[in-house]
Design a protein around this ligand. Structure first.
Ligand code: NDP
Ligand code: OXD
Length: 310
């Protein structure tokens, strides 16, 4: 059984190779750049290769994403049609996302940017935040990441709203679903968190219409994909005060171009797509479990529905 790893970073490749070959000794893990026979690979481990890069893997039975998102795969028109696609659901990836979102929800909740500004101007002015139970945080997407984030925010005492495609139930969280539930989800949400997958239904979802349904002065955190947001609409909402602050980890073009207004906007925090990075040691165990399943004819986990797009 051969598997090919698409990842440009050589140190990471070495880690993936040693860990996967340790976990499944019959594997031979190769780097795509040095493999002469792509058609022989049974499994492809994929991360943001250029379109067309997977076309030669005509024998692949499984294409496993090395990240949670698989929009990079489904956007490739030459993706081998016969292969199952799986995405990464890894406890460390989830934990890191919880850390990132909690950090920024708390910053917005406690108006931390205003305190930083006050220090710069030597202003001693106490800012009282409402109790967490009186602050509503809305999480769009209640999957592996959004569900865990919503639960963690609830355990900190926040009033949490969650929105998904199908009906979901989480202890202590007010859940909404579908386009019919979106208005009610948004109308009390003071801090909106986007953890949706990028699909045809969710592209450009954070636009003027959606932002205008939030309470005035709401904050926005995007840790999902840049294409969820219509940038001009978000910038207009930030400039007119409808949105007080935004924390953005993902962008339509990455790295974010140096002349993009987000870099210098006084109410925007930019982070370089680090909300939750894949850790090869932790993720290899998850990928190895799916490879075992494939080898033993058991159902794969975290398989993508190509039609739904996630
Ligand atoms: P999941 O597939 O587990 O969850 C997706 C959630 O979104 C589900 O609750 C689903 O609803 C909901 N959803 C999908 N389509 C719609 C829709 N049209 N309307 C309403 N809800 C919808 O994904 P993960 O939680 O694992 O990951 C989410 C995204 O986070 C990834 O796709 C990736 O883009 C991003 N990400 C970003 C990282 C970063 O570092 N910035 C790191 C890792 C991931 P339902 O439950 O009904 O199916
Ligand atoms: C992912 C990401 O999807 O890092 O895992 O964005």
């Amino acid at each position: 059984m051969t598997i090919l790893v698409f990842r440009s970073d050589t140190d990471e490749f070495t880690l993936w190779k040693s860990e996967l070959e340790r976990l499944i000794p019959q594997l031979e893990v190769r780097h795509y750049r040095t493999d002469p026979n792509p058609a022989e690979a049974d499994i492809v481990l994929a991360w943001k290769a250029p379109h067309g890069a997977y076309a030669a893997y005509t024998g692949a039975r499984l294409i496993h994403s090395l990240g949670a998102g698989i929009d990079h795969l489904l956007a490739d028109p030459q993706l081998p049609a016969q292969a199952a696609i799986c995405r990464l659901v890894d406890p460390l990836l989830t934990l890191r996302m919880i850390e990132y979102v909690t950090l920024h929800v708390l910053r917005h909740h406690r108006r931390h940017s205003q305190l930083v500004q006050q220090q710069q101007n030597q202003i001693w002015e106490q800012i009282a935040a409402p109790a967490a139970r009186d602050r509503t945080v809305g999480v769009m997407g209640l999957g592996a990441l959004g569900g865990a984030v919503a639960t963690a925010l609830h355990s900190l005492g926040f009033h949490v709203h969650g929105w998904s495609r199908s009906a979901k139930s989480f202890q202590g969280i007010d859940t909404f679903h579908g386009s019919a539930g979106l208005k009610s989800f948004l109308q009390q949400t003071e801090i909106l968190v986007c953890l949706l997958p990028l699909t045809e239904a969710t592209r450009d979802i954070v636009n003027q219409n959606l932002l205008s349904q939030l309470p005035r002065g709401a904050c926005f955190i995007n840790a999902a994909r840049g294409h969820h947001v219509v940038d001009d609409d978000l910038l207009a909402a930030l400039d007119n005060g409808q949105i007080a602050e935004a924390t953005l980890d993902v962008f339509r073009a990455e790295p974010l171009p140096t002349d993009h207004p987000y870099w210098r906007h006084p109410h925007v925090t930019v982070t370089p797509h680090i909300a939750s990075l894949t850790d090869p040691l932790s993720a290899a165990a998850v990928v190895a479990d799916n490879i075992h399943r494939l080898l033993h004819g058991r159902p794969l986990v975290n398989q993508v529905d190509r039609t739904a797009g996630y």
